[in-house]
Ligand binder design. Structure first.
Ligand code: NIG
Ligand code: FE
Length: 406
Protein backbone atom coordinates (compact mmCIF):
# COMPACT_ATOMS: atom_id res chain seq x y z
CA UNK A 1 0.00 0.00 0.00
CA UNK A 2 1.35 3.44 -0.92
CA UNK A 3 1.88 5.88 1.93
CA UNK A 4 0.14 9.13 0.93
CA UNK A 5 1.93 12.19 2.27
CA UNK A 6 1.86 15.95 2.00
CA UNK A 7 5.48 16.23 3.09
CA UNK A 8 8.30 13.78 3.64
CA UNK A 9 11.50 14.70 5.49
CA UNK A 10 14.38 12.47 4.46
CA UNK A 11 17.95 11.80 5.62
CA UNK A 12 17.46 13.20 9.10
CA UNK A 13 18.71 11.85 12.40
CA UNK A 14 15.70 11.93 14.69
CA UNK A 15 15.83 12.89 18.37
CA UNK A 16 12.24 11.76 18.75
CA UNK A 17 12.26 12.26 22.56
CA UNK A 18 9.74 9.41 22.55
CA UNK A 19 10.27 7.57 25.87
CA UNK A 20 9.08 4.32 24.28
CA UNK A 21 12.14 4.22 22.04
CA UNK A 22 14.92 2.61 24.02
CA UNK A 23 17.83 4.83 22.99
CA UNK A 24 19.20 8.12 24.33
CA UNK A 25 17.01 10.99 23.00
CA UNK A 26 14.69 8.32 21.57
CA UNK A 27 17.08 8.55 18.65
CA UNK A 28 16.54 7.01 15.23
CA UNK A 29 19.55 7.55 12.99
CA UNK A 30 19.19 7.83 9.20
CA UNK A 31 15.51 8.48 9.61
CA UNK A 32 12.53 9.97 7.84
CA UNK A 33 9.28 11.59 8.93
CA UNK A 34 6.08 11.64 6.88
CA UNK A 35 3.43 14.32 7.36
CA UNK A 36 -0.21 14.39 6.29
CA UNK A 37 -2.73 17.12 7.18
CA UNK A 38 -0.36 18.70 9.69
CA UNK A 39 0.26 15.48 11.57
CA UNK A 40 3.07 12.99 11.73
CA UNK A 41 1.91 9.78 10.07
CA UNK A 42 5.19 7.94 9.66
CA UNK A 43 8.46 7.90 11.67
CA UNK A 44 11.27 5.46 11.11
CA UNK A 45 14.51 4.57 9.43
CA UNK A 46 15.10 5.50 5.80
CA UNK A 47 15.77 1.83 5.15
CA UNK A 48 12.24 0.94 6.30
CA UNK A 49 10.45 3.66 4.34
CA UNK A 50 7.54 2.07 2.46
CA UNK A 51 6.47 3.04 -1.01
CA UNK A 52 5.14 6.60 -0.81
CA UNK A 53 3.67 9.49 -2.72
CA UNK A 54 4.55 12.94 -1.33
CA UNK A 55 3.78 16.41 -2.58
CA UNK A 56 7.01 17.77 -1.09
CA UNK A 57 10.23 16.08 -0.10
CA UNK A 58 12.61 17.92 2.24
CA UNK A 59 16.23 16.81 2.20
CA UNK A 60 17.63 17.18 5.76
CA UNK A 61 21.24 16.42 4.81
CA UNK A 62 21.95 14.39 7.94
CA UNK A 63 20.90 17.16 10.33
CA UNK A 64 19.14 16.36 13.60
CA UNK A 65 15.39 16.75 13.80
CA UNK A 66 13.82 17.44 17.18
CA UNK A 67 10.31 18.33 18.24
CA UNK A 68 9.80 22.10 18.16
CA UNK A 69 11.00 23.64 21.42
CA UNK A 70 8.36 24.51 24.00
CA UNK A 71 9.01 27.46 26.30
CA UNK A 72 6.37 26.84 28.96
CA UNK A 73 6.97 29.87 31.23
CA UNK A 74 7.50 33.41 30.00
CA UNK A 75 6.40 36.95 30.73
CA UNK A 76 7.19 38.00 27.16
CA UNK A 77 4.71 40.89 27.02
CA UNK A 78 5.79 43.87 29.11
CA UNK A 79 6.53 47.57 28.86
CA UNK A 80 9.93 49.17 29.56
CA UNK A 81 12.87 47.44 31.19
CA UNK A 82 14.61 47.41 34.58
CA UNK A 83 18.27 48.03 33.75
CA UNK A 84 18.54 50.53 36.58
CA UNK A 85 17.33 47.98 39.09
CA UNK A 86 19.99 45.67 37.74
CA UNK A 87 22.54 48.33 38.68
CA UNK A 88 21.02 48.59 42.15
CA UNK A 89 21.13 44.85 42.63
CA UNK A 90 24.79 44.79 41.63
CA UNK A 91 25.38 47.24 44.43
CA UNK A 92 23.87 44.80 46.88
CA UNK A 93 20.16 45.66 47.07
CA UNK A 94 18.13 42.44 46.87
CA UNK A 95 15.29 41.61 44.48
CA UNK A 96 12.88 41.42 47.45
CA UNK A 97 14.08 44.77 48.88
CA UNK A 98 13.53 46.48 45.53
CA UNK A 99 10.04 44.98 45.34
CA UNK A 100 9.20 46.10 48.89
CA UNK A 101 10.32 49.65 48.04
CA UNK A 102 7.73 49.78 45.23
CA UNK A 103 10.05 48.83 42.37
CA UNK A 104 10.41 45.37 40.87
CA UNK A 105 7.22 43.99 39.37
CA UNK A 106 5.41 47.29 40.17
CA UNK A 107 7.82 49.32 38.07
CA UNK A 108 7.02 47.09 35.08
CA UNK A 109 3.31 47.39 35.92
CA UNK A 110 3.57 51.18 35.62
CA UNK A 111 5.37 50.91 32.29
CA UNK A 112 2.89 48.33 30.97
CA UNK A 113 -0.14 50.35 32.01
CA UNK A 114 1.31 53.34 30.20
CA UNK A 115 2.07 51.77 26.81
CA UNK A 116 -0.50 51.35 24.04
CA UNK A 117 -1.38 47.92 22.69
CA UNK A 118 0.38 48.46 19.36
CA UNK A 119 3.71 49.36 20.93
CA UNK A 120 3.33 46.56 23.45
CA UNK A 121 2.77 44.16 20.55
CA UNK A 122 5.76 45.48 18.58
CA UNK A 123 8.13 45.11 21.54
CA UNK A 124 6.93 41.59 22.33
CA UNK A 125 7.07 40.45 18.73
CA UNK A 126 10.64 41.73 18.40
CA UNK A 127 11.61 39.60 21.39
CA UNK A 128 9.64 36.67 20.01
CA UNK A 129 11.86 36.55 16.91
CA UNK A 130 14.80 35.43 19.06
CA UNK A 131 12.76 32.47 20.27
CA UNK A 132 11.60 31.62 16.79
CA UNK A 133 15.16 31.50 15.49
CA UNK A 134 16.21 29.23 18.31
CA UNK A 135 13.62 26.62 17.42
CA UNK A 136 10.71 27.53 19.69
CA UNK A 137 7.36 26.64 18.16
CA UNK A 138 5.20 26.92 21.26
CA UNK A 139 5.49 29.58 23.93
CA UNK A 140 3.48 30.35 27.03
CA UNK A 141 2.95 34.03 27.81
CA UNK A 142 1.63 35.36 31.11
CA UNK A 143 -0.15 38.57 31.94
CA UNK A 144 0.51 40.01 35.39
CA UNK A 145 1.99 43.43 34.64
CA UNK A 146 -1.41 45.12 34.51
CA UNK A 147 -3.06 44.19 37.79
CA UNK A 148 -6.19 45.97 36.65
CA UNK A 149 -8.87 44.66 34.34
CA UNK A 150 -8.08 46.71 31.25
CA UNK A 151 -4.29 46.25 31.29
CA UNK A 152 -4.51 42.53 32.03
CA UNK A 153 -6.89 42.18 29.06
CA UNK A 154 -4.60 44.33 26.91
CA UNK A 155 -1.64 42.05 27.71
CA UNK A 156 -3.58 38.86 26.99
CA UNK A 157 -4.93 40.24 23.72
CA UNK A 158 -1.41 41.18 22.65
CA UNK A 159 -0.19 37.69 23.59
CA UNK A 160 -3.01 36.02 21.64
CA UNK A 161 -2.22 38.17 18.62
CA UNK A 162 1.38 36.93 18.64
CA UNK A 163 -0.05 33.56 17.56
CA UNK A 164 -0.42 35.02 14.12
CA UNK A 165 3.35 35.20 13.86
CA UNK A 166 3.97 31.52 13.08
CA UNK A 167 4.28 30.39 16.62
CA UNK A 168 1.73 28.85 18.96
CA UNK A 169 1.06 30.90 22.05
CA UNK A 170 -0.64 29.67 25.22
CA UNK A 171 -1.80 32.44 27.50
CA UNK A 172 -1.91 32.52 31.27
CA UNK A 173 -3.72 35.04 33.46
CA UNK A 174 -1.37 36.10 36.28
CA UNK A 175 -3.48 38.71 38.08
CA UNK A 176 -2.11 37.45 41.41
CA UNK A 177 1.45 38.50 40.55
CA UNK A 178 1.82 41.48 42.89
CA UNK A 179 -0.44 43.67 44.97
CA UNK A 180 -1.30 46.87 43.10
CA UNK A 181 -0.87 50.04 45.21
CA UNK A 182 -4.60 50.77 44.92
CA UNK A 183 -5.19 47.78 47.21
CA UNK A 184 -2.22 48.15 49.51
CA UNK A 185 -4.37 48.32 52.64
CA UNK A 186 -6.73 45.58 51.58
CA UNK A 187 -5.07 42.70 49.73
CA UNK A 188 -8.10 40.46 50.11
CA UNK A 189 -10.21 42.97 48.20
CA UNK A 190 -7.77 42.58 45.31
CA UNK A 191 -8.22 38.81 45.52
CA UNK A 192 -12.00 39.44 45.44
CA UNK A 193 -11.52 41.47 42.26
CA UNK A 194 -9.47 38.68 40.67
CA UNK A 195 -11.96 35.97 41.62
CA UNK A 196 -15.25 37.77 41.10
CA UNK A 197 -14.50 40.03 38.15
CA UNK A 198 -11.22 39.38 36.36
CA UNK A 199 -11.32 35.59 36.04
CA UNK A 200 -14.98 35.48 34.96
CA UNK A 201 -14.43 38.19 32.33
CA UNK A 202 -11.18 36.74 30.99
CA UNK A 203 -12.79 33.30 30.81
CA UNK A 204 -15.82 34.78 29.03
CA UNK A 205 -13.54 36.44 26.47
CA UNK A 206 -11.58 33.21 26.05
CA UNK A 207 -8.31 35.04 26.59
CA UNK A 208 -6.51 32.62 28.90
CA UNK A 209 -5.75 28.91 28.90
CA UNK A 210 -4.70 28.87 32.53
CA UNK A 211 -4.34 30.90 35.71
CA UNK A 212 -1.11 31.46 37.65
CA UNK A 213 -0.10 33.23 40.85
CA UNK A 214 3.00 34.26 42.79
CA UNK A 215 2.92 32.48 46.15
CA UNK A 216 5.62 34.27 48.13
CA UNK A 217 6.19 36.62 51.05
CA UNK A 218 6.41 39.44 48.51
CA UNK A 219 3.43 37.99 46.60
CA UNK A 220 0.37 36.18 47.91
CA UNK A 221 -0.28 33.66 50.69
CA UNK A 222 -1.40 30.07 50.06
CA UNK A 223 -4.86 30.99 51.43
CA UNK A 224 -5.17 33.80 48.87
CA UNK A 225 -3.90 31.62 46.02
CA UNK A 226 -6.38 28.90 47.06
CA UNK A 227 -9.23 31.33 46.37
CA UNK A 228 -7.74 32.23 42.97
CA UNK A 229 -7.44 28.54 42.07
CA UNK A 230 -11.02 27.87 43.14
CA UNK A 231 -12.24 30.65 40.86
CA UNK A 232 -10.08 29.36 38.00
CA UNK A 233 -11.45 25.84 38.36
CA UNK A 234 -15.00 27.16 38.50
CA UNK A 235 -14.40 28.77 35.10
CA UNK A 236 -12.78 25.70 33.59
CA UNK A 237 -9.23 27.07 33.55
CA UNK A 238 -6.11 25.05 34.35
CA UNK A 239 -3.84 26.30 37.12
CA UNK A 240 -0.09 26.65 37.68
CA UNK A 241 1.96 28.48 40.28
CA UNK A 242 5.17 30.42 40.95
CA UNK A 243 6.07 28.52 44.10
CA UNK A 244 8.98 28.25 46.53
CA UNK A 245 11.15 30.70 44.56
CA UNK A 246 12.49 32.78 47.47
CA UNK A 247 11.14 30.84 50.47
CA UNK A 248 9.02 27.78 51.30
CA UNK A 249 5.40 28.86 51.56
CA UNK A 250 3.74 25.53 50.78
CA UNK A 251 2.75 26.69 47.31
CA UNK A 252 3.85 23.53 45.53
CA UNK A 253 1.67 21.38 47.80
CA UNK A 254 -1.27 23.65 47.11
CA UNK A 255 -0.61 23.41 43.39
CA UNK A 256 -0.54 19.61 43.65
CA UNK A 257 -3.79 19.60 45.62
CA UNK A 258 -5.46 21.44 42.74
CA UNK A 259 -3.95 19.14 40.10
CA UNK A 260 -1.94 22.04 38.70
CA UNK A 261 -0.24 21.60 35.36
CA UNK A 262 2.98 22.84 36.93
CA UNK A 263 4.66 24.42 39.91
CA UNK A 264 7.51 26.67 38.83
CA UNK A 265 10.90 27.80 40.29
CA UNK A 266 10.88 25.47 43.37
CA UNK A 267 14.33 26.28 44.75
CA UNK A 268 12.97 26.05 48.33
CA UNK A 269 10.63 23.06 47.96
CA UNK A 270 10.74 20.29 50.61
CA UNK A 271 10.64 16.53 50.13
CA UNK A 272 7.01 16.10 51.17
CA UNK A 273 5.90 18.62 48.58
CA UNK A 274 7.97 16.84 45.93
CA UNK A 275 6.06 13.66 46.79
CA UNK A 276 2.76 15.52 46.54
CA UNK A 277 3.72 16.80 43.09
CA UNK A 278 4.68 13.29 41.98
CA UNK A 279 1.32 11.94 43.11
CA UNK A 280 -0.60 14.71 41.35
CA UNK A 281 1.42 14.49 38.12
CA UNK A 282 2.32 18.17 38.46
CA UNK A 283 5.35 19.16 36.37
CA UNK A 284 8.31 20.92 38.03
CA UNK A 285 9.19 23.86 35.78
CA UNK A 286 12.76 24.88 36.58
CA UNK A 287 14.03 28.32 35.63
CA UNK A 288 17.83 28.48 35.73
CA UNK A 289 17.80 31.93 34.12
CA UNK A 290 16.09 33.51 37.14
CA UNK A 291 18.31 31.49 39.51
CA UNK A 292 21.39 32.82 37.71
CA UNK A 293 20.19 36.38 37.31
CA UNK A 294 19.17 36.78 40.96
CA UNK A 295 22.46 35.15 42.02
CA UNK A 296 20.56 32.58 44.06
CA UNK A 297 22.52 30.07 46.08
CA UNK A 298 19.84 27.47 46.78
CA UNK A 299 19.30 25.11 43.87
CA UNK A 300 16.07 23.23 43.21
CA UNK A 301 16.33 19.62 44.47
CA UNK A 302 16.81 17.97 41.10
CA UNK A 303 17.73 14.63 42.69
CA UNK A 304 14.48 14.55 44.65
CA UNK A 305 12.50 15.22 41.48
CA UNK A 306 14.35 12.35 39.83
CA UNK A 307 13.87 10.07 42.85
CA UNK A 308 10.10 10.56 42.97
CA UNK A 309 9.61 10.74 39.23
CA UNK A 310 8.47 14.36 39.00
CA UNK A 311 8.88 15.42 35.36
CA UNK A 312 11.18 18.43 35.00
CA UNK A 313 10.53 21.09 32.37
CA UNK A 314 12.76 24.04 31.57
CA UNK A 315 11.80 27.53 30.49
CA UNK A 316 13.35 30.95 29.97
CA UNK A 317 11.03 32.83 32.37
CA UNK A 318 11.74 35.73 30.01
CA UNK A 319 10.82 38.83 32.03
CA UNK A 320 12.31 42.27 32.68
CA UNK A 321 13.19 41.68 36.35
CA UNK A 322 14.54 38.26 37.20
CA UNK A 323 15.33 36.78 33.78
CA UNK A 324 15.75 39.17 30.84
CA UNK A 325 16.62 36.23 28.62
CA UNK A 326 15.32 35.49 25.14
CA UNK A 327 17.51 32.46 24.47
CA UNK A 328 16.00 29.04 25.13
CA UNK A 329 19.30 27.42 24.13
CA UNK A 330 21.12 29.36 26.84
CA UNK A 331 18.64 27.85 29.30
CA UNK A 332 19.48 24.32 28.11
CA UNK A 333 23.13 25.03 28.84
CA UNK A 334 22.40 26.64 32.21
CA UNK A 335 20.27 23.67 33.28
CA UNK A 336 23.32 21.45 32.71
CA UNK A 337 25.92 23.72 34.28
CA UNK A 338 23.85 25.09 37.17
CA UNK A 339 21.28 22.35 37.92
CA UNK A 340 23.23 19.23 36.86
CA UNK A 341 20.80 18.22 34.13
CA UNK A 342 22.08 15.88 31.45
CA UNK A 343 21.80 17.34 27.93
CA UNK A 344 19.14 14.72 27.25
CA UNK A 345 17.11 15.78 30.31
CA UNK A 346 17.52 19.40 29.21
CA UNK A 347 16.17 18.74 25.73
CA UNK A 348 13.29 16.69 27.19
CA UNK A 349 12.59 19.61 29.52
CA UNK A 350 12.02 21.90 26.57
CA UNK A 351 10.14 19.43 24.41
CA UNK A 352 8.19 16.50 25.86
CA UNK A 353 8.01 17.75 29.45
CA UNK A 354 7.50 21.38 28.46
CA UNK A 355 4.46 20.30 26.46
CA UNK A 356 3.11 18.48 29.52
CA UNK A 357 3.50 21.65 31.61
CA UNK A 358 1.07 23.26 29.16
CA UNK A 359 -1.32 20.31 28.96
CA UNK A 360 -0.32 19.78 25.32
CA UNK A 361 1.56 16.50 25.68
CA UNK A 362 -0.94 14.54 23.59
CA UNK A 363 -0.42 16.97 20.71
CA UNK A 364 3.21 18.06 20.63
CA UNK A 365 6.56 17.45 22.33
CA UNK A 366 7.76 14.25 20.62
CA UNK A 367 8.23 13.01 17.08
CA UNK A 368 5.56 10.34 17.17
CA UNK A 369 2.83 9.17 14.84
CA UNK A 370 -0.35 11.06 15.63
CA UNK A 371 1.39 14.15 17.02
CA UNK A 372 1.34 17.50 15.32
CA UNK A 373 4.07 17.95 12.70
CA UNK A 374 5.79 20.39 14.99
CA UNK A 375 9.46 19.95 14.30
CA UNK A 376 12.80 21.62 13.78
CA UNK A 377 15.91 20.47 11.92
CA UNK A 378 19.28 21.53 13.32
CA UNK A 379 22.61 21.48 11.54
CA UNK A 380 24.44 19.66 14.30
CA UNK A 381 26.21 16.34 14.63
CA UNK A 382 24.77 15.30 17.99
CA UNK A 383 21.74 16.46 20.01
CA UNK A 384 23.98 17.24 23.02
CA UNK A 385 25.21 20.23 20.97
CA UNK A 386 21.95 22.00 21.75
CA UNK A 387 23.08 22.19 25.39
CA UNK A 388 26.79 22.39 24.66
CA UNK A 389 26.93 25.66 22.73
CA UNK A 390 26.23 28.53 25.08
CA UNK A 391 23.14 30.31 23.89
CA UNK A 392 23.32 29.41 20.23
CA UNK A 393 24.27 26.69 17.81
CA UNK A 394 27.11 27.18 15.39
CA UNK A 395 24.91 26.62 12.37
CA UNK A 396 21.41 27.89 12.64
CA UNK A 397 18.60 25.43 12.45
CA UNK A 398 16.50 24.97 9.41
CA UNK A 399 13.01 25.42 10.39
CA UNK A 400 10.07 23.41 9.18
CA UNK A 401 6.98 23.90 11.15
CA UNK A 402 3.55 22.50 10.51
CA UNK A 403 1.79 23.09 13.75
CA UNK A 404 -1.74 21.92 14.12
CA UNK A 405 -3.10 21.45 17.61
CA UNK A 406 -6.36 19.98 16.42
O1 NIG B 1 9.05 34.38 37.39
N1 NIG B 1 8.50 35.60 40.50
C1 NIG B 1 7.70 36.31 39.97
N2 NIG B 1 7.62 36.59 38.69
C2 NIG B 1 8.70 36.63 37.78
C3 NIG B 1 9.49 37.86 37.91
C4 NIG B 1 8.73 39.03 37.52
C5 NIG B 1 9.50 40.30 37.59
O2 NIG B 1 10.43 40.49 38.38
O3 NIG B 1 9.09 41.15 36.80
C6 NIG B 1 9.55 35.39 37.83
O4 NIG B 1 10.70 35.39 38.30
FE1 FE C 1 7.82 33.80 36.13
Amino acid sequence: MTLKLDTLFINANLATMDPNIDAPYGAIEDGAVGVKDGRIVWVGRMADLPEYGAEKVHECDGGWMTPGLVDCHTHLVFGGNRAQEFEQRLQGVSYAEIAKAGGGIMSTVNATRGINANDLYQEASTRLIDFLYQGVTTIEVKSGYGLDMSTEIKMLEVARKLTEDHICVRTTFLGAHALPPEYKDNPDAYIDLICNEMIPEIARLGLADSVDGFCEHIGFSPAQIRRVFEAAKKHGLAVKLHAEQLSNQGGAKLAAEFGALSADHLEYIDEDSVKAMAKAGTVAVLLPGAFYYLKEAQKPPVNLFRKYGVPMALATDCNPGSSPITSPLLILNMACTLFDFTPEEALAGMTRIGSKALGLDRKIGTLEVGKSADLVVWEINHPAELSYWVGDVANMNRFYKGVSYE
